[in-house]
Write a protein that binds this ligand. Structure first.
Ligand SMILES: C[S@@+](CC[C@H](N)C(=O)[O-])C[C@H]1O[C@@H](n2cnc3c(N)ncnc32)[C@H](O)[C@@H]1O
Length: 261
């Protein structure tokens, strides 16, 4: 009988994390096991993660991109100031936005609207950039120069405008993944809403900044939950950047692909 062969998902550094194989890969690497051999061992256990994905994972790990997720206490006060980190984040976003078709954008921004200016630099029309902000003073300041600014939480905004789709979302919360659930202030709930309602277009960019201090969910778990949410909604995410900075913040940037149904 012609049995259908199980297919490996497209090579993706995140496949290792998604299958909960990060620790196994690192352990085997310590013992000098090759990526091909690891892939074979995983296949025998029913996990289809290719050697290419494993090599990519190890490369990112060596570059400290993945390593930053390992320990809740790993954050260190960097020599750079928070402002410099913000500038770095905006620069990498600008670099990746250049590969995106500028349509609608949804941004959590501060009063100086650096992220909005960044998106405009990348070709987004100011009229197509939407900024919810739950703090009256910040909202009032942004509103003076940007008409699409709404005094509400991200969650409220998403529900209000549920038919709008985006080629770029920068959910720059700087809060914990589970958020303050009682106040409708939850990055996790918002992320679920974004993916389940297919608010991100194919080939779009999704950035999120979270804080692990006092968080219920560990960093690696929050990353895994984002991947699980997106996979269930038939998306696939490619990890473009990870940055950890002062105050237990971590920024993650994904390229978002919609799976063909
Ligand atoms: C970290 S700042 C944005 C910084 C900006 N993206 C930059 O790079 O300069 C986040 C802003 O979003 C607002 N904010 C955070 N969480 C929010 C939420 N769930 N809903 C609405 N606004 C939120 C905060 O008031 C703050 O003004």
């Amino acid at each position: 009988m012609n049995q259908k062969k199980r297919e490996y998902p497209k090579a993706n550094v995140l496949a290792v994390i998604q299958h909960n194989l990060a620790d196994d890969v690192l352990e085997m690497k310590r013992y000098g096991v090759s990526a091909e051999r690891m892939a074979k061992i995983f296949r025998e256990r029913g996990n289809y993660v290719g050697a290419h994905s494993i090599r990519k994972f190890l490369k990112q790990y060596q570059k400290k991109k993945i390593g930053d997720f390992e320990s809740e206490n790993s954050y260190k006060i960097e020599e750079h100031s928070n402002t410099e980190n913000k500038q770095w984040v905006n620069q990498v976003i600008l670099k990746h936005l250049k590969g995106i078709t500028p349509q609608n954008a949804l941004i959590l921004d501060a009063a100086d609207t650096q992220s909005t200016k960044n998106a405009i630099k990348a070709g987004f029309d100011s009229n197509n950039i939407y900024i919810p902000n739950c703090h009256p003073f910040t909202w009032k300041t942004i509103k003076r120069s940007h008409k699409n600014c709404f005094l509400m939480t991200m969650g409220e905004y998403l529900k209000m405008s549920k038919d709008k789709t985006y080629s770029y979302i920068f959910a720059d919360y700087c809060g914990t993944w589970n958020g303050v659930e009682t106040e409708e202030h939850s990055p996790k709930t918002d992320t679920k809403y974004i993916f389940e309602h297919k608010l991100l277009k194919d080939n779009s960019l999704f950035g999120i900044t979270l804080c692990s201090r006092g968080a219920k969910t560990k960093r690696l778990e929050s990353l895994k939950e984002i991947l699980d949410i997106s996979t269930k909604a038939k998306y696939s995410l490619n990890l473009l950047e990870v940055k950890e900075y002062i105050g237990a913040m971590y920024f993650i940037l994904f390229k978002v692909k919609m799976e063909v149904e």
